[in-house]
Design a protein around this ligand. Structure first.
Ligand code: SAM
Length: 450
């Protein structure tokens, strides 16, 4: 058999995982970078993607299994060997299409090709033991936090917070949903086409889709890759998760309005807002990072939207650049811990420090208070995050309402979302519609629109 090269799919997966585990690289960025460097055949791209995401998603379970067959602790194992073992265990226990013999053999070959030939016997032995033992039955663990953390692979601190907030059954379902595959979802640009025309066009190019579960104008990709479609280049659709799309419906922008998007980059919601307004009015797309401004303007240009104006400012100090009470709608899609998007970005669950949540919550409240000043009386203020964490969601809204008597929760949100809400607030869990975990709150500023 030929020697494994640097470009071989398993070597690629190993190097990406090594960066994620040891340098805290983001998996989706490391994958994109690797594919940009050397393009792979579609089948190999799918394999590398599944091994990388799957190994990260199932890390707790994989490490537990390895711990049970190894004499020395996994943390003392050579860095490369540890990565090889983890990704091989993923293939052995979770990938039906990889035969047991292939997973073990390729793990050993990888050790030889990646400068760890001296440990090939060790790798072979550990993997054979894992294959013999199989996946443990975790159902007998009585502590629910430990049971969920091991069976559905999440850190204990996070499971513990979720069990406390939502109970055991909801947490179990949420963690199981988070280790499933994330589907790509498209948002139709209604200024250029409609959902059935886009679906037919993509279908003709071999990309299969089905209508989304909860957001109008959404399509879920079930087969193929629409990124290189001519219709994407000309702006007929964008990539966006369904939960994220719902935020614009909550905001309810109308043609001719002035809308402030306080934390706008890369522009997913700002462009949706402009589309819903028929590109008539003004969307001020603000973000703190100057380098992200081009992300917004590039999307606006691709979608042929003229009503979006990008601005760079710290949203906690908007009063310096924006006139008070001058916008009909204000959106705060706040920076957050991202714990609702673990299907697509699973490394977040291992890299998040629980202490960061408090810092984020303080920033979120500061941004919300400053952005609220820009809203006209009678206008809607929408706050959203892609996290499932009460401290960053319901608690921020409660603190805001306590300090700002001129705002009230908007209980007409149900009708705009087409979903049941808790008096103007809706938490979407990843197990409900196969979309991201998201929080959306809509508030109204008392007074009449002038
Ligand atoms: C959740 S993302 C926004 C996503 C965007 N709304 C979309 O739909 O594409 C949060 C954004 O907030 C920005 N941000 C963080 N701190 C900020 C601040 N103090 N002021 C303004 N923007 C901030 C980040 O750069 C990031 O782009």
């Amino acid at each position: 058999m030929a020697k494994m090269t640097d470009k071989a799919p398993r070597m690629r997966a190993a190097k990406i995982l090594d960066r994620v585990f040891s340098d805290q690289a983001y998996s989706h960025l490391a994958l994109n970078e690797s594919f940009r460097e050397h393009r792979l055949a579609d089948v190999d791209t799918r394999f590398v993607t599944e091994v990388v995401y799957g190994t990260i998603k199932r890390l707790n379970t994989i490490d537990d299994v390895l711990g049970s067959v190894m004499k020395n602790p996994l943390r003392k194992t050579d860095r490369r060997v540890k990565t090889i073992l983890r990704m091989s265990v993923y293939q052995l226990l979770f990938m039906d299409r990889v035969p047991e013999r292939a997973a073990i053999h390729e793990g050993v070959e990888l050790a030889k090709a990646w400068g760890r030939g001296g440990l090939k016997g060790f790798v072979n032995g550990v993997l054979r033991n894992v294959a013999r033992q199989g996946l443990p039955d975790y159902r007998n663990i009585t502590d629910p936090v430990k049971r969920i953390a091991l069976s559905a692979s999440h850190p204990e601190w996070l499971v513990s917070k979720w069990v406390h907030a939502y109970g055991e059954a909801v947490t179990q379902d949420m963690c199981e949903a988070n280790v499933k595959r994330a589907y790509t979802t498209l948002r139709v640009n209604r200024l250029q086409t409609d959902r059935s025309a886009l679906q037919a066009h993509l279908d003709a190019g071999g990309v299969k889709t089905t209508p989304g579960n909860v957001a109008p104008d959404s399509l879920i990709v079930t087969e193929g890759q629409p990124l290189h479609s001519e219709w994407f280049k000309k702006g007929a659709f964008s990539f966006q998760d369904e939960s994220s799309m719902l935020v614009t419906y909550a905001l309810d922008p109308q043609p001719g309005m002035r809308v402030l998007d306080a934390c706008a980059a890369p522009g997913g919601k700002a462009t949706h807002i402009a589309e819903r307004m028929g590109d008539d009015g003004e969307v001020l797309a603000n973000d703190i990072h100057f380098h992200k401004r081009t992300l917004i303007t590039e999307q606006a240009e691709r979608l042929r939207l003229k009503s979006i104006k990008a601005q760079t400012d710290d949203a906690t100090e908007l009063a310096a650049s924006v006139e008070a009470e001058s916008f009909d709608r204000v959106l705060v899609d706040a920076p957050c811990s991202g714990l609702g998007v673990l299907r697509a970005k699973p490394d977040i669950k291992w890299h998040t420090d629980p202490k960061e949540i408090e810092t984020l919550a303080a920033l979120q409240l500061n941004i919300l208070e400053a952005a609220a000043e820009c809203l006209k009386p009678g206008g809607f203020l929408v706050y959203s995050t892609c996290t499932v964490m009460p401290a960053e969601n319901e608690d921020v809204i409660a603190a805001f309402l306590e300090n700002n008597a001129s705002f009230e929760l908007d209980d007409t949100l149900d009708a705009r979302l087409g979903l049941k809400t808790e008096r103007g607030q809706r938490l979407i869990l990843p197990q409900q519609y196969e979309s991201d975990g998201f929080f959306i709150a809509a508030m109204k500023k008392r007074g009449n629109h002038t």
